[in-house]
Ligand binder design. Structure first.
Ligand SMILES: Cc1cc2nc3c(=O)[nH]c(=O)nc-3n(C[C@H](O)[C@H](O)[C@H](O)COP(=O)(O)OP(=O)(O)OC[C@H]3O[C@@H](n4cnc5c(N)ncnc54)[C@H](O)[C@@H]3O)c2cc1C
Length: 302
């Protein structure tokens, strides 16, 4: 891997600043992720509108600029070495939400909690499966977030995406949704159109509150983490396998397998990505040796 700093041209910086982008040089990614882990990115850019996004993508394509799109980084493990290139985050216009009858259109960076609240306030059902899940609408659709059996894809009507500098509207039938996948690799989801159903507010609220309650009982929400580390293998819970392998509480440096939920690794204070990676490798090996099942990571290791 190339290790040198990647500089971007002053012209692009000036253009993007004139388009209201915020650009941070050598930004610590530990400040930008729920895991609180990660060294400095050469650049961290907040891109608030499509014009700026197009300018950035045009430049990136022409100059072969390496970039990573982050939502709220609640499902990401950034490296201790940081990121050689640009981490981008959609803000501004991409945080807008519109509602018309039973449809809610969310910019790619609308928080799931906001989308769910608006749905609830308008007696619209369909997003309950993401109750209590942190992060943005775009990332949730990208990773088809949800619970064990109900995923956000059930509520998606279409998405607007950039693939390179080209913008496209993709209807749900053309999206290859599956367990924690959408097949939208290489796309930047700038808008998600949800199609929801009218229902009794109290029924929706009951489901939302029950789900949030279950999470707070089962997950280590008061300490930095990045959600489930591994995907569930077909028909089995990864957490159960890790628990049955006797791994709860195992530590590497300041990273620890949660005592509350074995599929969570928590940062007990100052954990390094190397500690987390070591734990991941150890869990994999132990579970594979014991049960013959190879676990696949759910978090994105950058
Ligand atoms: C306490 C906790 C509980 C969680 N519980 C669940 C759960 O029950 N179910 C579940 O599915 N997840 C869960 N997660 C994981 C996480 O919240 C979801 O995966 C969420 O969708 C990630 O959103 P984000 O904005 O933080 O995305 P990020 O973590 O920033 O990014 C995740 C991936 O999405 C990509 N991405 C980000 N934005 C976009 C975009 N606009 N277009 C295309 N790609 C994009 C990124 O490049 C990256 O590959 C949990 C996380 C935590 C911390």
């Amino acid at each position: 891997m190339e290790t040198g700093r990647r500089n971007i041209k002053t012209d692009l910086i000036n253009t993007l600043c004139a388009l209201d982008c915020k650009i941070y040089k050598d930004e610590l990614l530990s400040r930008r992720s729920s895991f609180k882990i990660g060294g400095a990115a050469d650049y961290f850019m907040e891109i608030p509108n499509e014009k700026a996004l197009r300018e950035f993508l045009k430049y990136a394509q022409k100059n072969n600029t390496r970039y990573f799109l982050a939502g709220c980084a609640t499902n990401v493990l950034f490296s201790d070495e940081g990121y050689r290139g640009v981490v981008i985050r959609l803000t501004g216009d991409f945080e807008r939400l519109e509602i018309k009858d039973c449809e809610i259109s969310c910019g790619g960076s609308v928080s799931l909690a906001v989308a769910l609240k608006v749905a609830l306030d308008n007696n619209l059902s369909g997003l309950e499966c993401v109750s209590g899940i942190p992060g943005t609408a775009g990332a949730a659709v990208f990773g088809n977030a949800g619970g064990k059996d109900l995923w956000i894809s059930r509520a998606v009507k279409s998405v607007e995406v950039y693939r390179g500098v080209k913008k496209k509207l993709i209807n749900k039938e053309k999206i290859d949704f599956g367990y924690r996948k959408s097949g939208l690799e290489g796309c930047i989801i700038t808008k998600v159109n949800f199609s929801l159903k009218k229902e009794e507010r109290n029924d929706i609220l009951k489901e939302v509150l029950e789900s949030i309650q279950k999470r707070s009982e089962a997950q280590p929400l008061s300490v930095p983490n990045a959600g489930c580390i591994f995907k569930n293998p077909p028909g089995i819970s990864a957490g159960k396998l890790i628990d049955e392998a006797g791994l709860k509480g195992v530590c590497r440096g300041a990273a620890k397998i949660s005592e509350k939920h074995a599929n969570f690794i928590i940062n007990t204070g100052g954990a390094k990505s190397a500690d987390v990676k070591e734990l991941i490798a150890f869990i994999r090996k132990t579970v594979e040796d014991k049960f013959g099942i190879r676990l696949e990571t759910e978090i994105k290791i950058v």
